[in-house]
Structure formats: structure tokens, C-alpha cells
Design a protein around this ligand. Structure first.
Ligand SMILES: *Cc1c(COP(=O)(O)O)cnc(C)c1O
Length: 459
């Protein structure tokens, strides 16, 4: 039996502990984020350029330099359905690894969508509704984001159309059914519903689709309809900010556990779960405190944006409809290998994360997928929770750090974000257990080739 509070296995908070404000890391940057540029003129874009796509309140949040932004009560009321989420001490995993390290994980899989994504979906649906938008469009890869937005739209009475990457649409029918159950309309992308989709289909009728293509379709749909706006589940500043409820809760929970993090680990696709989890800790680091804290982003070696990409201006989508943003990119023409089952397939990365990586405030590593699934299975057998394949990248990173602690005889405290469960990703586990998954290291030459198609930007 636990005797001291710190001996517990889970660290829970009350509903009153749900954060009342989001943390905006831009307020603590010493130099501003490089501005997004207009794809036509190459000039920095203003709020009016974004107005066809986003409600004004979210555009304001995107560029805000305020450190704290109030969370409206209507959003906190929805958060109450699953927040605060638990923080666990992974005692059984520590034992299985025979490591002196202490491992904690924040579990976002308790949300109705099974991941962290509703934290921003709910906020985005709320602000759109408030500004009288009737319909939202979005893209989804594995379907995590699409299901989060479908739920949020159903809460706030909005229509929702989801462009789902074709290969996932075919391989993950249950995510589609989930989105449809919440009332969303789902089409396989590239689709014949948009000019962007038709263009891709003309060039390659068998295109498996990509997140970049699906973004082009969703953006075009929103830009060409008066009643519709667009919603993105990661990458943008305001999206990352909405996720900071995660890290803000973790800080309180670690206090309860009487623990202080030495290493923070998160998986990284567009950057939102990693940012939400780590940014509230980076505030100290940016202020010159917490110098020893290491913050590690883990990405798949099949889609290594931070570790192999280049820090340049690129399009957010494939067709070239979005603003140009400065980010680590594999090139907007990047199409992830179809045999990659682990998610995290976006060609770029959130500009906020890229700046922190460029300034060496955070670290990044890439891990191969077979070892990633090994880690996920080891975690599931020790702790019981089946990680989302994306989250499994963080688990791999954590197990490697814990084993290093064992070799070096160090008692570090490692905290990670288990950002979702894998109950709707069992086909990936099936492939792994049947020995059908292969590693794929995205070749440097392919990155070089894709970077030839980068848009030209004046220095
Ligand atoms: C969407 C998703 C990701 C990747 O997106 P980020 O913006 O990098 O967080 C990772 N894990 C899960 C469970 C997801 O649903």
C-alpha cells in the first residue's frame, strides 16, 4: 500500500484543477517567429489573408504575444468530460526494464476520441460557432484528428466534412465509421469533390493520398464556400497553445508526486501533443532556468522532418494553396512510404517547434518502426494500456533513455506523453505481430530531390 502521496501509482487532479488559461510560448521568445508569407506575393501575410479560412478569434490567438489566454467556460465545461487526465508512475515498466530511472506518463487516451486532439478540436469548434460559421472542413490521416473534430462539431452543432487520406480510408474503416457516427461526412482524398483532388487524380489515378493533398482539398473547400471554414489539428500556433492544458496539468501532478522531471519525451508529427506537454516546462528553460532539463522529440525514421529536413520556407500542403511557413521540411511533395504503419507522416513541422529545435532548446531523434512496435508491445504487457502507434515512438524513446540510466547507474526522472490509445490501430499491431512490418529509412537523396521543388523566397 502507498504510504506517502509520492508512492502512488496514479496522480489525479480535481475538475477545479483544469487549467483556466492556455500558455502561449511566443510571449517568452527572445526573437519573434519568422512570419508566414503569402504564397503569391512572398510578403508576410496579415489577419485579413487568413480570414476566409479561420474565425477572427483564432487568428488573433495565432499571432498573440500574450503569455496567458483565458479558456472560455463553455470550453472548460466540455473539457470536464475527460479532463484532468491521469498521470501514472510506470512502476511495472520500470521493473520490467530493471532500471533505476523513474518513469511517469501522462495519459491523453481517456478522451472520447482516444487522443489529445479534442483539446483543440473543442476550442476550434467553439470559436467557429461563436462567429456563426455553419460548417468546418478538415483533413485527417489515420483518422484521429477527424474523429476529434467530428465529436467537437457535434457538441457545438456544426456540420463537418473530413477529407481522409485514401490509404487510411481503405485500411482504417473503423475510424471512418466513428466519424460518421458523430455526424461527419467523410470522403477519401484525393477526391473528385475539389479541383485540387481532381488535379492529383489526373496525374495519378491510383494516388494513395497524403496529408498534404488532403489539406489542399479541405482548404479549397473552405475558401470557396461562404458558410465554411477550415480547421487544422496540429502545426499552427493556436493549436499547439490549446494543447498546453496537458503540460499545465502535468506540472501540478508532478508536484503531487513529489517529482521533478529530468527528461521530457514526446512523439512528434505536426508537433501539437509534444508542444502541449512540454511548452509549460520550456517557459523555465527559456528564462534561463531548468538548464539541465532535456526535452526530446521522437519522430519515425520513415518521416524524419526534424532530423533530416531543412529549415526553410515551404508550403503547408502539396498543391501550394497555404501560406509559406518556415519549418523543417522534407519538401511539400513528400509522400510517406505506404508500408509505414506508425503515423506521424506530415512533411513539415510546427514552426514553434522548429524554432526551438533550431535554437537547440529541444532535441530530436528518429526511431525505426519495428523497434517502435517492440516498445509498444513491451509497454502494453507491463502497463496494460495499448499505445497509439504514434505514441509508441515516445515509448521507444523513453525505454532507450531508461536503459541508458541502467547502464550508467543513474536515477533520472523521465516523463512522457502517452498521447493516445491504439484500439483503432490494431491492424498495425496485427502486421507487427505477424512479422510483416519493415524498417524504412527515408533516404537523404529523396529529401534533396524534394527540396528542389521548394518555393523561391527572397531572403
Ligand atoms: C495526431 C496524433 C499525433 C501526431 O500529431 P501531433 O500534432 O504531433 O501531436 C500523435 N499521436 C496521436 C495519438 C495522434 O492522434
Amino acid at each position: 500500500m502507498a504510504t506517502k502521496a509520492g508512492d502512488n501509482t496514479k496522480f489525479l487532479l480535481d475538475e477545479k484543477d483544469i487549467p483556466t488559461k492556455w500558455y502561449n510560448i511566443q510571449a517568452d521568445f527572445k526573437t519573434p517567429l519568422p512570419p508566414p508569407l503569402h504564397p503569391g506575393t512572398g510578403q508576410p501575410i496579415g489577419p485579413q489573408d487568413l480570414a476566409p479560412l479561420f474565425p477572427m478569434e483564432l487568428i488573433k490567438q495565432e499571432v498573440s504575444q500574450e503569455r496567458w489566454i483565458e479558456i472560455p467556460d463553455a470550453i472548460r465545461d466540455v473539457y470536464r468530460l475527460w479532463r484532468p487526465t491521469p498521470l501514472y508512475r510506470a512502476r511495472r515498466l520500470e521493473k520490467a526494464l530493471d532500471t533505476p530511472a523513474r518513469i511517469y506518463y501522462k495519459y491523453e487516451g481517456v478522451s472520447p476520441a482516444g487522443s489529445h486532439k479534442p483539446n483543440t478540436a473543442v476550442a476550434q469548434a467553439y470559436y467557429n460557432k461563436k462567429e456563426k460559421v455553419a460548417r468546418l472542413t478538415t483533413e485527417t490521416g489515420a483518422g484521429q484528428w477527424g474523429s476529434a473534430l467530428a465529436i467537437a462539431c457535434s457538441f457545438f452543432g456544426l456540420q463537418c466534412k473530413v477529407y481522409m487520406v485514401k490509404v487510411s480510408y481503405q485500411q482504417k474503416p473503423y475510424r471512418r465509421v466513428l466519424m460518421e457516427t458523430y455526424g461527419a461526412q467523410v470522403v477519401a482524398s484525393p477526391s473528385a469533390d475539389t479541383q485540387s483532388g481532381k488535379k492529383v487524380l489526373e496525374a495519378d489515378p491510383n494516388s494513395p493520398g497524403s496529408l498534404g493533398i488532403a489539406i489542399s482539398e479541405a482548404v479549397e473547400d473552405a475558401a470557396t464556400r461562404e458558410d465554411t471554414k477550415y480547421s487544422l489539428g496540429s502545426v499552427l500556433n493556436h493549436v499547439l497553445m490549446h494543447q498546453t492544458v496537458v503540460g499545465l496539468e502535468v506540472r501540478k501532478q508532478l508536484e503531487k508526486a513529489d517529482a521533478e522531471a529530468d527528461i521530457l519525451v514526446g512523439c512528434i508529427g505536426g508537433g501539437s501533443n509534444f508542444a502541449g506537454f512540454s511548452f509549460p516546462f520550456l517557459a523555465d528553460k527559456l528564462a534561463g532556468k531548468a538548464k539541465k532539463l532535456r526535452v526530446v522529440a521522437v519522430e519515425p525514421s520513415a518521416c524524419p522532418s526534424l532530423t533530416k529536413g531543412k529549415y526553410v520556407y515551404d508550403f503547408g500542403d502539396t498543391v501550394g494553396l497555404t501560406p509559406l511557413v518556415k519549418m523543417y521540411t522534407l519538401g511539400h511533395t513528400f509522400i510517406p512510404p505506404s508500408l509505414h504503419a506508425g503515423g506521424l507522416r506530415y512533411h513539415g513541422m510546427a514552426p514553434l517547434i522548429c524554432k526551438l529545435y533550431d535554437e537547440k532548446v529541444i532535441e530530436a531523434i528518429a526511431v525505426p518502426q519495428v523497434a517502435t512496435f517492440h516498445a509498444a508491445v513491451q509497454f502494453a504487457r507491463a502497463e496494460g494500456i495499448l499505445p497509439a502507434p504514434e505514441a509508441a515512438h515516445a515509448v521507444r524513446g523513453v525505454i532507450d533513455e531508461a536503459l541508458r540510466c541502467k547502464n550508467e547507474g543513474k536515477r533520472k526522472t523521465i516523463v512522457f506523453n502517452l498521447c493516445g490509445h491504439g484500439h483503432l490501430d490494431l491492424s498495425a499491431y496485427e502486421a507487427f505481430l505477424a512479422g510483416k512490418l519493415q524498417d524504412y529509412e527515408y533516404p537523404a537523396e529523396k529529401v534533396q530531390e524534394a527540396l528542389k521543388h521548394l518555393p523561391k523566397v527572397k531572403a
